[in-house]
Design a binder for this molecule. Structure first.
Ligand SMILES: Cc1cc2nc3c(=O)[nH]c(=O)nc-3n(C[C@H](O)[C@H](O)[C@H](O)COP(=O)(O)OP(=O)(O)OC[C@H]3O[C@@H](n4cnc5c(N)ncnc54)[C@H](O)[C@@H]3O)c2cc1C
Length: 377
């Protein structure tokens, strides 16, 4: 019996665990993977998350490893349409930090192990849970054997394919989008340094972000879901749309993804709370999913502590749920705007849209507003 069981040792579950362990709460994290997740998904860490990560003592390490993106530029037809500085968005962290998710998760795992070497149980797949009103019993498989854990509170951070969510009977608002993308990491040949660049081209958007080690991530909107190809194909698309040559031989990651959103109607069921992607799957275009999950954890931690101290937390839980569902809905809307902006356009509407962007970005108030929305302020 522990105070809190966290299901899922992804970036959100690990961060949640570290927050609670730091407060002296007994926590176990059950993670089905036996090793670290190798795939690189998220790269952008926003200023509110860096404040939160500072709270568990890892912000400095992450910043030391990552690339602070202090400026974004929009490019179209070979010329800069607009520039956006993040200088005004935060006093402590006036940038979006670029770091591959696998590295971020490794730093979080190390912090959890520092706080309690026995907290993380790898190779444990949760199969069922039962809430008797006073505590929750979780059944899990580890290798060929079955194990049981019991806790006062369960926090499910088990990702988009959450096994916990259907067991709770949680209704989900689902939306599928027509957009499809291919991304790849290559050696940086742009000369953009630490700037992010969005190429608003009539064939569809191309996004380019700096990565540590003088590399860049490229994300290309595909014409249709079956499109895409190997590193050479992606490099050709980048060159055709942006005029920039990337070296296919330097490719280290290639991935295609479609887009959907899933927002739960309820994050709290009895003594179990869903957070992170288990509660809200957001389009990666906009790069907010992982950050949103961390901010769920920040909002939930004081409620969990109050509950463990025996205080009545009914109202706090309702406030938590309402606030975080609203934040997820906001992030989903923001990503819809970003996706719409990146869709292919005929030459006429394309140049009208790009002129409008240049005009709007020249207004400092509009520029500042977009910068703060983009950085989750
Ligand atoms: C292409 C792409 C790019 C992205 N870019 C960004 C970005 O730049 N910024 C951003 O903020 N977000 C981004 N995201 C989203 C981000 O990757 C996710 O929001 C983030 O991984 C969510 O973290 P999580 O811990 O909630 O879930 P996950 O990372 O999915 O972790 C869930 C964990 O639970 C474990 N698990 C699942 N089921 C069980 C079970 N039954 N028992 C035990 N363990 C279980 C899994 O093994 C996994 O380790 C991107 C996503 C994609 C696909």
């Amino acid at each position: 019996m522990v105070d809190v069981l966290v299901i899922g040792g992804g970036p959100v579950g690990l961060f949640m665990a570290a927050l609670l362990l730091q407060q002296g709460v007994s926590v176990r994290v059950l993670e089905q993977r036996t090793g670290a997740e190798p795939h690189s998904r998220a790269i952008g860490i926003h200023p509110p998350s860096l404040d939160a990560l500072e709270g568990i003592g890892v912000a400095r390490d992450l910043v030391a490893e990552g690339v602070p993106i202090r400026r974004g530029r929009a490019v179209g037809g070979g010329r800069t349409l607009a520039e956006m500085s993040f200088a005004g968005v935060s006093d402590r962290y006036p940038f979006v930090l670029s770091l591959p998710q696998a590295r971020t998760a490794a730093v979080l795992e190390q912090r959890v192990r520092q706080l309690d070497p026995a907290a993380l149980h790898r190779g444990v797949r949760v199969t069922r849970l039962h809430d008797d009103g006073g505590r929750v019993t979780v059944e899990a498989a580890t290798g060929a054997s079955a194990v049981r854990h019991t806790a006062g509170i369960v926090i499910a951070a088990d990702g988009v394919r959450s096994a916990v969510r259907p067991q709770l009977g949680t209704p989900v608002r689902a939306k599928d989008y027509p957009d499809c993308y291919q991304m790849g990491d290559f050696a940086d040949t742009t000369g953009f340094g630490p700037d992010a660049a969005l190429f608003l081209e009539s064939a569809g958007i191309v996004e380019s972000f700096p990565l540590p080690g003088n590399r860049r991530r490229w994300v290309v909107r595909l014409a249709e879901s079956g499109a895409g190809g190997d590193a050479r194909w992606l490099a050709d698309q980048i060159r055709q749309r942006t005029g920039i040559d990337v070296d296919p031989a330097s490719n280290s990651m290639l991935s295609r993804f479609g887009v959907r959103s899933r927002l739960v109607r309820r994050m709290v069921t009895g003594r179990t709370v869903l957070i992170g992607d288990a509660a809200h799957e957001i389009s990666p275009i906009g790069g907010q999913g992982m950050n949103l999950g961390w901010l769920d954890a920040v909002a939930l931690a004081p409620v969990v502590l109050a509950s463990l101290q025996g205080r009545h937390v009914g109202v706090d839980l309702r406030d938590f749920e309402a606030g975080r569902k609203a934040a997820a809905a906001r992030a989903a809307r923001q990503s819809e705007i970003n996706m719409a902006l990146g869709r292919p356009l005929a030459a006429g509407p394309w140049s009208i849209r790009n002129r409008a962007i240049t005009a709007a970005a020249a207004v400092p108030a509009v520029n500042g507003f977009v910068a703060s929305r983009f950085t989750m302020q």
